[in-house]
Design a binder for this molecule. Structure first.
Ligand code: HEM
Length: 427
């Protein structure tokens, strides 16, 4: 897609089969315009995604129109009210970071060469923060049930084929032809244990019989709204299946994106020891003997620039989530027919030499002003803090072994390959 963009410009239309237009959007301006155009904010009905949500268009990530607006608005508003993205959940986040640090410490201490294996360890903290808001409880990292759910979620994301899955294959063909399912990496059955687990959690909430003002997590709030709406309108969109599907979307998007971002950032820091030391110096200077908190953020420009640069070099959602034209419309002056599927190529923007000098080089300074005191904000980056880990440990490559690879594992999002590192606590 990036190569086609270089030859034909930022908006390139192709057909898959005789009737399905697929538009590849590569340039920064074109992507911005597409994201701001409501007519392009639909989502395609992909069988592979519907397999997660009872074969129906449910949840918030693969729905559109009024249904999407209503459910997304409700979800966002209440996640925020319950603390998501706010300093009010910082204590809990720090608790999770503390457990993660203990986990890494144990791994490194139990190995004579201080080598720790990082496979699958970051999802636990990300999901626990989210799960506390959704269901009011936290998992123990080693809980086998939790490990099973995370494993199934990861496998679903990793075995899915991001490009093949946008082929317009009719659902009845997918049901009959195994090789078609294999072609697009459809493993809907992986979601069954997750669906069952969420359903059981909802049942437990129902039996708690709490009064209205005791509603303290997202499931409570949603059930309350569902009962209210059902009394007024039996065909309401607030249903138990929709609640399960929304949680599946949050669980999937939340676990994979955060663990992928942290994993890649750490691999970059292991490969570039100089950057790791510079980041540690800044953290020592600013937060002293304590872990950094959100209050320190504006005084940690280098640390923030490292996280932004890791996101730029190893974007975990390189093509975003596919968009869909709900009406005939225009993009950069080109006609986009209703029903087109759009792939917005963030990766091409992050690697575009028009915006970034030597785009393939990992260089946090590019996100800073000349004297390195301020981050130059870019609307595309959504960095996720791993600062406490870097403050606590020094991460080094395993001697006589190749450096951890930055080659991603494919899927709906990009994941990092499992890696190992020598971990030594810092004084
Ligand atoms: C570093 C972390 C993350 C990155 C890089 C990331 C990236 C993205 C991208 C590129 C999209 C598609 C936007 C579009 O189609 O225009 C998206 C959508 C979405 N993400 Fe994330 N995300 C991250 C973290 C999270 C977390 C923690 C959650 C869950 C709490 C989450 C939930 C969602 C949802 C629900 C959508 C669909 C929104 C909609 O269709 O209205 N993401 N994300």
């Amino acid at each position: 897609m990036k190569k086609m963009g270089e030859v034909y410009g930022p908006v390139v239309g192709t057909y898959v089969g005789p009737t399905q237009p697929i538009i590849s959007v590569c340039g920064h301006e074109a992507i911005k315009e597409a994201m701001l155009n409501d007519d392009l904010s639909g989502r395609p009905e992909l069988a592979i995604m519907m397999a997660r949500t009872f074969g129906e268009g449910l949840g918030i990530m693969f729905v559109m129109g009024q249904f999407w607006q209503e459910q997304r608005r409700f979800t966002l508003r209440h996640l925020r009210d319950l603390g998501f993205g706010k300093t009010s959940i910082e204590d809990q986040m720090m608790g999770e970071v503390g457990d993660l640090i203990k986990d890494i410490e144990n791994k490194s201490q139990s190995d004579p060469k201080k080598i720790a294996d990082f496979k699958g360890i970051f999802q636990v903290s990300g999901i626990n923060i989210l799960w506390a808001i959704i269901a009011g409880e936290r998992f123990q990292g080693h809980d086998p049930k939790f490990q099973e759910l995370l494993g199934a979620n990861e496998l679903f994301f990793r075995t899915g084929k991001v490009f093949q899955s946008i082929f317009p294959i009719p659902v009845f063909l997918l049901k009959r032809l195994r090789f078609m399912r294999k072609f697009i990496g459809m493993k809907g059955e992986l979601m069954e244990p997750i669906q069952k687990f969420i359903k059981k959690t909802i049942e437990d909430h129902r039996h708690r019989n709490m009064s209205d003002d005791e509603a303290c997590d997202f499931i409570d709030v949603y059930l309350k709204e569902m009962n209210k709406q059902k009394a007024e309108n039996p065909s309401t969109n607030f249903t138990e299946k929709q609640l399960i599907s929304t949680i599946i979307d949050l669980f999937g998007a939340g676990a994979e994106s955060t663990s992928g971002s942290i994993g890649f950032a750490l691999i970059h820091l292991i490969r570039d020891q100089e950057v790791q030391q510079k980041m540690q110096m800044e953290l020592d200077q600013i937060s002293g003997e304590f872990f950094p908190t959100l209050n320190h953020r504006s005084s940690l420009p280098y640390t923030e620039a490292v996280l932004m640069e890791a996101q730029r070099c190893s974007s975990i959602a390189p093509l975003t989530v596919p968009h869909y034209a709900v009406k005939d419309t225009k993009l950069q002056g080109y006609a986009i027919p209703k029903g087109s599927l759009l792939s917005l190529n963030l990766y091409a923007v992050f690697q575009d030499s028009k915006y970034w000098k030597d785009p393939e080089v990992f260089r946090p300074e590019r996100h800073l002003n000349d004297d390195g005191t301020k981050v130059i904000k870019s609307e595309h980056f959504n960095p996720f803090g791993i600062a406490a880990l870097i403050k606590k440990f020094r991460f080094e490559p395993v001697p006589n072994e190749p450096l951890p690879s930055l080659d991603p594992t494919n899927g709906f999002t990009l994941g990092y390959q499992g890696f190992k590192a020598v971990v030594t606590p810092r004084p």
